[in-house]
Design a protein around this ligand. Structure first.
Ligand code: KIV
Length: 279
């Protein structure tokens, strides 16, 4: 069942589509209620990315994401946001086998979360799935270039657009995703000039990550952007805060105060005289 806090005033997929060539579209991933509340006033789009499997659940790759996981985090982000267009990633294994599987999974995600759209990875190879989901009235965001769900098949996170053949394949993918009816497309880990050319070539907004400043919008994984990432930080990430240091410092000071009995102090305990029942 869709969460109760979804409102009718959200930015929709069609609003995003109309932003082609305009003011850059601001996107971030979000996985939890408090982060969604903090980001919602500042962004146009929140992606409940399957990166949640790595960022919050400690899996080695996004292949650790499941439909159940995406739905639970999608519901939390919908509860925590009121304005942003919320897009939920379709996890690996939920759409590639057949058009029927893709439609059933997309329907489940939309039905259980009330989100505005789903995202799936793939170009020419997934065009039939995109078209079938769109035909159900469910907006789809595409994802081409570096596709993290293919990391095992590809033998790592390989930058795209370095060879003439690959550039041609990227153009075929972008055209296929657009023709299938996607309202926008993420371009990840792709040579800057190629991402710029792709942006000029198609009529739907491109959302770049490790791509180009010429894309119609940008997205980052929120934990990377706020400096919470504990593993390697990719080159394309800019850390706008260093929360890992803030958290480590807070934990160290708390530990010191508990060990020295400085915490809890008089402000953090209840006296019989205070008379208040509320914690
Ligand atoms: O899962 C994710 O976070 C993504 C973004 C990196 C675009 O797909």
């Amino acid at each position: 069942m869709a969460p109760e806090r979804s409102t009718g005033n959200r930015i929709g997929a069609e609003d995003i589509r109309r932003r082609k060539g305009g003011v850059p579209i601001v996107c971030l991933t979000a996985y939890t209620y408090p982060i969604a509340r903090m980001l919602d006033p500042h962004v146009d789009l929140l992606l409940v990315g399957d990166s949640v499997a790595m960022v919050l659940h400690g899996h080695a790759t996004t292949l650790g994401a499941s439909l159940e996981m995406m739905i639970a985090h999608g519901q939390a982000v919908m509860r925590g946001s009121a304005k942003a267009c919320v897009v939920v990633d379709m996890p690996a294994g939920s759409y590639e086998d057949s058009v029927a599987q893709a439609v059933a999974s997309a329907r489940l995600i939309i039905g259980e979360t009330g989100c505005q759209a789903v995202k799936l990875e793939g170009g020419v190879d997934m065009a039939a799935q995109i078209a079938a989901i769109v035909a159900e009235g469910i907006p789809v965001m595409g994802h081409i270039g570096l596709q993290p769900q293919s990391v095992d098949k590809e033998g790592g996170y390989k930058i795209k657009g370095r060879s003439r053949e690959n550039v041609a394949a990227l153009f075929r993918d972008a055209e296929a995703v657009e023709k299938a009816g996607a309202f926008s497309v993420v371009i990840e880990g792709t040579v800057e000039a190629v991402a710029s050319d792709l942006t000029r070539h198609i009529a739907i907004p491109t959302i770049g990550i490790g791509a180009s400043g010429d894309c119609d919008g940008q997205i980052l994984v929120v934990d990377d952007m706020i400096g919470m990432t504990v593993n390697r930080v990719p080159k394309f990430v800019k850390e706008y805060a260093k929360l890992r240091d803030t958290i480590a410092d807070a934990a160290a000071r708390y530990a010191d105060e508990v060990r020295s009995r400085a915490f809890p102090g008089p402000d953090h305990v209840f006296s019989a005289a205070s008379g208040k029942d509320q914690a």
